[in-house]
Design a protein around this ligand. Sequence first.
Ligand code: GLC
Length: 727
Amino acid sequence: MNKYLIAFAVYASVACANVFGQDIDQEIESKIEVILNRLTLEEKVKMCHAQSKFSSAGVERLGIPEIWMSDGPHGVRAEIEWDSWNYAGWTNDSCTAFPALTCLAATFNPELSYKYGLAVGEEARYRKKDILLGPGVNIYRTPLNGRNFEYMGEDPHLASVMCVPYIKGVQTNGVAACVKHYVLNNQEVWRSHINVQLSDRALHEIYLPAFKAAVEEGDVWSIMGAYNKYNGQHTSHHDVLINDILKGDWGFDGVVVTDWGSAHDTKEAALNGLDIEMGTGTDGLTSSTENAYDYYYLAKPFLEMIKSGEIDESVVDDKVRRILRLMYRTNMDTKRPHGRKGNKEHFDVAREVAQEGIVLLKNHKAFFPLDAETTKTIAVIGENATRMMTLGGGSSELKTIHEISPLEGIQKQFSKANIIHSMGYASGASAYGRVIPSKLNANKLKKEAVEVAKQADIVLFVGGLNKNHEQDCENGDRLGLNLPFGQDELLDEIMAVNKNTAVILVSGNAVAMPWQNKAKAIVQAWYLGSETGHALADVISGDVNPSGKLPFTFPVKLEDNGAHAFDELSYPGDGNDQVYKEDILVGYRWHDTKKIKPLYEFGFGLSYSSFSISGASSDQKAYKAGDVIKVDVEIKNTSKVLGAEVVQVYVHDEDASLMRPEKELKAFTKVKLEGGETQTVQLEIPASALAFYDEKINDWNLETGKYSLMIGTSSRDIKETIEIEIK
Ligand code: GLC
């Protein structure tokens, strides 16, 4: 191609990129064109697929580097062998384990999300990873999904607001975030092929927003397709999802990678916007066969199709342009910062996110905070008091430098008390996809625990779920809503002998609580990572005032949840097809519209402080499209204790021409207040956020009429309601 054509190509690519509003660096684009014209066809194709388990090829001849990727969302995974799923056994790849993203979402604190992304990205940079495979933002549709712990809850606005700063933080390090799994991977059962069907409205109002925010606001540099199908086509190479929506409407200028082994067809992968095929093997090959990578869909078969003219060379050129653009943002950016890992600041961030994400669900007669001076004998009962939770769970598992267990944290914090631990129950182990029950005698464990409970002033039961198969773990879903391993029965026996029992749940999912009214206090403690025990003790001792809010609903029973209110086609599907029959009514949208009282609602969380909200007002009475609605609210800390509250604004369309949820979260802000302090906070809601996705026009529709703005401290604890109008 002569230099005039190159110049034109540069101009054209920059012009169209600007049309989509991406801030394309023109100098980089011209460099990309020069490189593109020096690459052979074979070299281009090699860049579009894996060369090892976690890397794709560069071009040594031209000094173009390989791209190295690593899991995961909560920290940088230990090094894996070149061509197997075994760990490489390095001794210098331990990391800081940050809390699971459900915990980050529960902080409702975007500033903290940026700090989290910056820290985990710094560790990825240090480990010389160019793409960090996270954050996951799949919507929490069912409490049984094994991977909910890796995601950011049931509400698209919360997931959108909380994923953007994480992405910016990671990418500040010159490491690409990789938002996943695009899209509709909302369960693990049959994840490799289940064909999800749902209304366009539910797709756009519930499942796409967080990905859209990641691209349009987070400027994410890569995105991972999902395993499942949507409307009959695999999402990792999907014409509508990738060509029309992602790269078309949203103007995504980065790289689409598969999930591992989620490509299934060369022509679709080529023409439907897949840029790098990663995986475990393909074409039915097993996990590691000599030269498996040459047989990937975007390897030899792709090369043959281009050579035969069946696919135009411009198709591979677009992929390589995107890959080179990601390289200029990462491993070819000579100015990108250096990384570091396992340093004090990172553990401090992990602890801060854990402290702010812990949710106090019940606190009868101020059971917490425990007075470290006067509390004599504390029984700490439950396997989760000592069980490592950074191991297991699938691809997000970590080899962490340290993980302070709940027991260790409590022992350290309450060093004057007499602390007795009893395991109480045993969960056994699990290999990938298999449950291995414990050989310990469950009755003996229970008896010992009840004996210990009898002797104690108070009992801290530390239970919940864990990272075993069919718990909070990839590649399988839970089998029911109740606590596993006999915990409900054990709790009944413990509470029968000791009334002063608090329950601390270590989990990433909602659970049923048949013992709820007998528990003196209940704490939702997520998978908190390296600083688990410290953060938990900080909160139950009162050193830290809890401020977390639930990012998803706790239903009383499974059938109260929208996904489980229909038949098996709704969940888990019939083995091939699945229909999201609850449509847009996911989570609290279902509970509040269908008037089904939850056990604990979305956005709920107690504090050691108390707050009052008053004087809500909007800056105008009427708005039109393009306006920003400003809501002022006065919030007062009516206690003597420094604390934080999350002011939430939910919207209801009073004059809707069609079914709309009872309420939808459209703004929130976390406010820290000294005892007695009052602040006026202002929340902004773009009028466009009140629109619904109209299938008649395949676009968003902001209807005129009256809307209620409900201001509260949870989705059900609404303190003030103001009315506005859209003209
Ligand atoms: C796994 C997961 C994905 C992960 C990838 C690499 O199957 O679905 O989240 O990043 O493969 O381990």
